[in-house]
Write a protein that binds this ligand. Structure first.
Ligand code: UD2
Length: 285
């Protein structure tokens, strides 16, 4: 009897350009750890908690301490306009928090989009000198399972959990040629979620700078891409292929029922009341 899970892994664990897609069963954690732990890497992790989103920080940090890059040197860079409300969470040795003050905003689209600019400039001013790898993560999330060195590579993105079973004609790419995020019909590999970007600090800097420039060019032409920075990210990754892709195990959404392919949910967006936490309202994806 052929195991359905094995067939699934065989077809969905590598991209057409031979980058691995990381699922449970595609790696041996002991082997991965024995390669990366002796390297004493410094891992930067950026997380934005602007306005009411500070309320998500405690769960994010507490669950990250249990599951995220355990035994690695991790520095969380928390970008917030409410430094006084950042919770004191006990961190394992070698791990710390740095608070980066940022302005608030009346539009969630702007908060979400301006992350690219702030990631770019903070890499230039600080992170570039302090870290080897960087993870840029959404804050309205929790870790539920191992997220370790199997996620390290030069340029890493996560498949959006809403689209991993669909083909590119159904992806919510920006389809208006007037936007710099435009992707023509017939093109596309995967639809990547904006909640997870990672890689070497230099490669993520290049990506963030590109997205920031494209967002600003669109703004100068009074156009906003369908999913803001996520749309520009998807265009960048179409023409600059990631070297490793994280399966939806690494980017789930609590409101979605678990499916057979996803054996373990490692990181998931919590259910939130958009009308309550966002400064302005828009329907969710
Ligand atoms: C999706 C993406 C998100 C981003 C957004 C842009 C996933 C799972 N999520 O999530 O990454 O691309 O669409 O359209 O792919 N934030 C604040 N304060 C605010 C609003 C946002 O700090 O008032 C930060 C916070 O870190 C949050 C992130 O921006 O996690 C993304 O915003 P969101 O979670 O509201 O966006 P959402 O749920 O539509």
């Amino acid at each position: 009897i052929i195991n359905k899970q094995l067939i699934f892994l065989y077809f969905f664990s590598v991209t057409p350009w031979l980058a691995p897609i990381v699922w449970e069963g595609t790696f041996n954690p002991l082997v991965v750890d024995s390669i990366y732990k002796p390297m004493h890497l410094s891992i930067a992790t950026t997380v934005f908690a602007v306005g009411k989103y500070v309320r998500f920080l405690r769960d994010f940090l507490e669950t990250a301490e249990k599951h995220f890059m355990v035994d690695f040197k991790v520095r969380y860079y928390i970008f917030t306009d409410r430094g006084g409300d950042v919770p004191a969470v006990v961190l394992a040795p070698g791990r710390k928090v740095t608070i980066i003050p940022v302005p608030g905003s009346n539009r969630w689209q702007e908060i979400s989009s301006r992350r690219m600019e702030m990631i770019q400039t903070t890499i230039e001013n600080q992170i570039g000198k302090e870290a080897d790898y960087i993870f840029c993560l959404d804050v309205d999330t929790k870790f539920h399972g191992r997220w370790g060195a199997e996620t390290l590579s030069r340029l890493v993105a996560a498949v959006h959990p809403g689209y991993y079973k669909q083909t590119h004609e159904h992806y919510p790419y920006e389809r208006r040629p007037a936007s710099r995020a435009y992707i023509p019909a017939g093109e596309g590999d995967y639809y990547y979620g904006g909640a997870t970007i990672a890689g070497y600090v230099g490669d993520v800097h290049k990506l963030a700078k590109y997205c920031r420039e494209q967002l600003e060019a669109d703004a100068a032409n009074s156009i906003e891409a369908a999913w803001q920075e996520e749309s520009h990210l998807n265009r960048y990754l179409l023409y600059n292929k990631p070297t490793k892709i994280l399966s939806p195990e690494y980017l789930w959404q609590d409101f979605k029922a678990k499916t057979n392919e996803v054996q373990i949910i490692r990181f998931s967006q919590v259910n939130k009341n958009y009308a309550e936490v966002r400064p302005n309202v828009k329907k969710r994806k």
